[in-house]
Design a protein around this ligand. Structure first.
Ligand SMILES: Cc1cc2nc3c(=O)[nH]c(=O)nc-3n(C[C@H](O)[C@H](O)[C@H](O)COP(=O)(O)O)c2cc1C
Length: 409
């Protein structure tokens, strides 16, 4: 368990992995080792103090922090390192599928890796059943070093939804409750949940679920202000998020949706949310975290942007390896990211500030060759950029981005 979480659990009366064991209270049997390194020792410690592990989750204070959203494919460890450098406070691993973790799939376990720069870090789980989710939480509790575990109840994709996971849990309250309570019971770190407004448009469910989630022991909830049906069409409903802040209180609510400038972030904070989560905004411009913290627009140059890509490539080769396989993996993930980066319009070229996330970026000529190349919506141009950083692509190379995630056709 990381330091912050140990502090939080100590605050909530639960002790922590390294708290209190060396100086037992009078009448309390000393614990064998100086540190409480396993969950069993932790329970033994509580038992000796005549305390049960609280069924309510431990607190998680992330107030005012900037949270980089969990992002399948794009929110890999090298990308998160980039965002950390630009000021992201909280990071989270890409969604990991509970059953794949239980089956021991190496690629799924790799999604839980944390870089030392990620000082407030969580992992996200997806699953539909209380028994497997609780089992998985128990396994994570013993094996990974995280500050919180998040449950993905916002995932809209058919594959997940049809099995009763992701967003479907918003309509399966009995199972949802068992999952949250069950996981909470076995975790020593706070449990958080990410939800949407609801499944269908104009059928908001979040305001009714939030008080329940609070009672079930969720430490924090993030609300993406759109329904499953909406996907990325229409703007996130921040008016509704504001209503939900009250429904969730005193449990902290993070708001999520459409933040691409410091003005967007300021408006979002005015709804009373404890903090904001940023997804596509970080993919389009990871320096958004700096812009928010410094309350400014950054007219970043194409060479500065290329330097960021160079760093990503370096981190990628460190993470995935610098052999042929590692290079090609780094390239794939770079290309996925470039499919978002090309939507950024440089500040100095905008007629009206700031850029909005739901507006189609216009075709424009950059201030130099590189800026124009970076604005290209063509996969062939993204491949050219990858070749500048990683050398020529292998023969017959093709690339199709996995995500679209925009409001326009
Ligand atoms: C490429 C991509 C991958 C995503 N992967 C996840 C994920 O693994 N888990 C999750 O809860 N949400 C995921 N989301 C949703 C985002 O976390 C976020 O809720 C959504 O994009 C709305 O925020 P935004 O308007 O700031 O983009 C993903 C979004 C995108 C664009």
């Amino acid at each position: 368990m990381a330091e912050g979480a140990a502090e939080a659990s100590a605050e909530s009366g639960g002790g922590g992995s390294d708290s209190g064991a060396s100086a037992p209270e009078p009448g309390v049997a000393p614990i064998k080792s100086q540190y409480l390194t396993t969950k069993e020792q932790f329970h033994e410690f509580l038992e000796a103090k005549g305390q049960e592990k609280p069924s309510q989750g431990v607190e998680l204070d992330l107030s005012g922090k900037l949270y980089l959203a969990p992002l399948t494919t794009c929110g890999n460890l090298p990308f998160r390192r980039i965002c950390k450098r630009f000021g992201a406070d909280v990071t989270c691993g890409e969604m990991a599928v509970c059953t794949s973790l239980l089956q021991g799939q190496t690629s799924e376990w790799a999604l839980l890796r944390r870089h030392p720069c990620e000082d407030v870090f969580g992992v996200q789980l997806e699953g539909a059943f209380p028994d497997t989710m609780t089992k998985c939480a128990e396994l994570l509790n013993r094996t990974v070093d995280v500050d919180f575990v998040d449950v993905n109840v916002g995932c809209p994709i058919d594959l997940v939804y049809k099995k009763g996971g992701g967003c479907a849990l918003m309509n399966r309250t009995a199972k949802f409750q068992q999952i949250v309570r069950g996981m909470n019971q076995v975790l020593d770190v706070p449990l958080t949940v990410k939800i949407r407004t609801g499944v269908q448009e104009r059928m908001n469910l979040a305001h009714r679920l939030l008080p329940e989630l609070r009672d079930w022991g969720a430490a924090l909830v993030t609300l993406h202000g759109r329904s499953r049906e909406q996907r990325y069409t229409k703007l996130a409903d921040w008016g509704y998020i504001a209503q939900c802040v009250t429904a969730a209180s005193p449990m902290p609510l993070f708001g999520n949706g459409d933040i691409l400038s410091y003005e967007d972030a300021n408006r979002a904070m005015q709804t009373g949310v404890a903090g904001v989560m940023i997804a596509r905004g970080a993919l389009l411009k990871p320096w958004l975290f700096t812009e928010i913290k410094e309350q400014r627009h950054w007219d970043i140059s194409s060479s500065e942007r290329l330097a960021i890509l160079q760093d990503f490539t370096r981190y990628g080769l460190e993470h995935w390896g610098s052999d042929t396989q590692g290079v090609e993996k780094t390239r794939r993930f770079l290309l996925e990211w470039l499919s978002f980066l090309c939507r950024y319009v440089p500040v100095g070229l905008l007629e009206r500030l700031p850029q909005r996330i739901n507006e189609r970026p216009p075709y424009y000529l950059g201030r130099d060759y590189l800026e124009t190349l970076m604005a290209s919506q063509k996969a062939a141009d993204w491949i050219r950029i990858s070749e500048m950083l990683l050398g020529p692509v292998p023969p017959n190379f093709v690339f199709l981005p996995k995500h679209k995630a925009n409001a326009y056709k």
